[in-house]
Design a protein around this ligand. Sequence first.
Ligand SMILES: Cc1cc2nc3c(=O)[nH]c(=O)nc-3n(C[C@H](O)[C@H](O)[C@H](O)COP(=O)(O)OP(=O)(O)OC[C@H]3O[C@@H](n4cnc5c(N)ncnc54)[C@H](O)[C@@H]3O)c2cc1C
Length: 367
Amino acid sequence: MINCIEKELCTGCKSCFNICPYQAITMPTDLEGFWYPFVNEKCKKCGLCLKICPSLNRRSYNHHFNTPLVYAAWSRNEEVRCFSTSGGIFSELAHQVLNDGGWVVGAQYTCDFLVEHSMARNSTGISRLRQSKYLQSDTNTIYQQTLEALELGKKILFCGTPCQNAALDTFLRRDYQNLVKCDFICRGVISPMVYTKYLEMLEERYGQPIISVTFKNKSRGWNGFCTKIQFTDGQEYIEDRNHDLYMIGYLKYNLYLRTSCHHCLYKQLPRVSDITLGDFWGIGRTRPHLDEDKGTSVVLLNSNRGQQLFEKISKRVEFEECTLDEAIKGNVCILESTPKGPCRNVFFQEILANPFDVAFNKVVSLK
Ligand SMILES: Cc1cc2nc3c(=O)[nH]c(=O)nc-3n(C[C@H](O)[C@H](O)[C@H](O)COP(=O)(O)OP(=O)(O)OC[C@H]3O[C@@H](n4cnc5c(N)ncnc54)[C@H](O)[C@@H]3O)c2cc1C
């Protein structure tokens, strides 16, 4: 059964947990804080979990474009753009689907600032999905909920990592015309345990509980790449990518990604989703008019369905056609997995016994 899957293959998508008709699969975390399936005594050996595991059942996406249509784009709504991670294209797509009578699936913060997948049915719900949260999202029963909504005939925009999109496909087992899948260029997901220890470190330092977490906050510009954390008494922590330890560990030392992210199966064309979003890093070097330092998205339209949805929002966004090479130049993560940092395993040993900063400094000073 599914607990024989190699650790390097399992993405923690939870599609096996969603499909099991006997509730025989739970998803405990390992010592690194990542979810893996555990099959209990209720298992009847039906094998459904093995049949729908996206890592064991690779689908081809030959009906998608071999080379996507590539745009640099942003929302004309300044507020949406400002509060989004890159150009706010996700929110425009989401509002379009809502206006068409549909619902939107994406990742939101829980009350303790962990991240879970949820279905938004109105614009307040969409604002909770907005912005990148740099840790693995708990998909819980979202594939089951998505299936139920699709069967009701609801139009659904599903947004998540490439592996979560692939998991939805194998879970559904057939193509639904009322589904549009959206993924993003993904560097990899961080352990929720490591993130929790990072927040605990800041709460200890500021002596106050946290009331909000924003990654890639734009108060110092999109290129400033700031992490901003607010506390109950009004204090604020704000540091850029070169000073925030969490981002340094993520972007420079590759310390705490899920093992499967180092061997990502979705660094391929055609892509798994209808639309792929990302940051158009480096676009200002060749097309300076496209970098206002407020956030420019790279949009890859991978299928007719993705193209049709983008056409519907075209009056509400600024966009310019670009080449795939330009997108890849600033974002190698389109085609390449992030390599495992040489100190990754030692970091995970240290974080078990130490606060975040102590573990970080021990490991980084090893270099
Ligand atoms: C873990 C992670 C790694 C990323 N790596 C890269 C990268 O290497 N290069 C790059 O160009 N872009 C990367 N992105 C994507 C980028 O940060 C923006 O999310 C994307 O450009 C869309 O921006 P937006 O302004 O259109 O929408 P936003 O409002 O920023 O939309 C964010 C969308 O992502 C979903 N989402 C947020 N957090 C998570 C999560 N933890 N798990 C699943 N879904 C989530 C939300 O539900 C929403 O649909 C990454 C995002 C995440 C969450």
